[in-house]
Design a protein around this ligand. Structure first.
Ligand code: GRF
Length: 219
């Protein structure tokens, strides 16, 4: 079966992008990254893409002012020109309109640094500490028009330890993200994580260890 063609959208550091690039470099991985696109010039992730020999593009949203759809139409064209079949958002700090989200329904995934539906939005680690939760983590989900909403593909849980601050907690979560995202992408690329009635059904044929990675990546 041909590899699923993926575009990764970023705005910055791109450590999750790196995890996906590394996974896609494995011979048996069922997906390939055909485009990395950033809405920020000089994003470190663009450099990571170039190093991996993947096409890297900067698309400046500020050129479109208030015209969000104008930016997204250009984005959509670039994706189609590359034959992209799935979009993976990885630290893409731009809200997408319902027009774009509907166009890519069930073909766009995101990683969020919390156990959704808790702590949508930004500063998730600070808020998790403020609330005194004992378990924190990350979620990979299909994207819907509401922010950080959509059918959940996989989650990774990590403990909140005594003495944690936002930095130590976010580092622990990030390590888990780097295992979770490739694992979820693999399931999606193999057609083993399909949406039915706004829930993701993981195919029974998914290997037991794939489930283990999803539920206990730190283990
Ligand atoms: C990650 O924590 C991700 O979950 C969130 O933004 C951050 C991006 O980090 N959506 P990086 O650019 O992948 O290093």
């Amino acid at each position: 079966m041909a590899n699923l063609k993926i575009a990764v959208l970023i705005s910055g550091r791109g450590s999750n992008l790196q995890a996906l690039l590394d996974a896609c470099a494995e011979p048996d991985f069922p997906a390939e990254i055909v485009l990395v696109l950033s809405n920020k010039a000089g994003a470190l992730g663009l450099e990571r893409a170039r190093k991996a020999g993947v096409g890297a593009t900067f698309l400046d949203h500020t050129l479109y002012g208030e015209d969000r759809e104008g930016f997204e139409k250009e984005l959509d064209e670039k994706l189609r020109a590359k034959g992209v079949q799935l979009i993976a958002l990885a630290g893409f700090m731009r809200i997408l309109t319902p027009w774009f989200v509907d166009k890519w329904k069930d073909r766009m995934v995101n990683i969020h640094p919390s156990l959704l539906p808790s702590f949508k939005g930004v500063s998730t680690h600070e808020r998790a500490l403020e609330q005194g939760v004992r378990i924190h983590g990350a979620t990979v989900h299909y994207v819907r028009a509401d922010m950080d909403d959509g059918p959940i593909i996989g989650q990774a849980a990590v403990p909140v330890l005594p003495g944690d601050d936002a930095e130590t907690l976010s580092a622990r979560v990030l390590e888990a993200e780097h295992k979770l995202y490739p694992a979820c992408l693999k399931l999606v690329a193999e057609g083993k994580a399909r949406v039915t009635a706004e829930r993701v059904k993981i195919d029974k044929s998914a290997a037991a260890n794939e489930h283990a990675v999803l539920y206990n990546p730190g283990g």
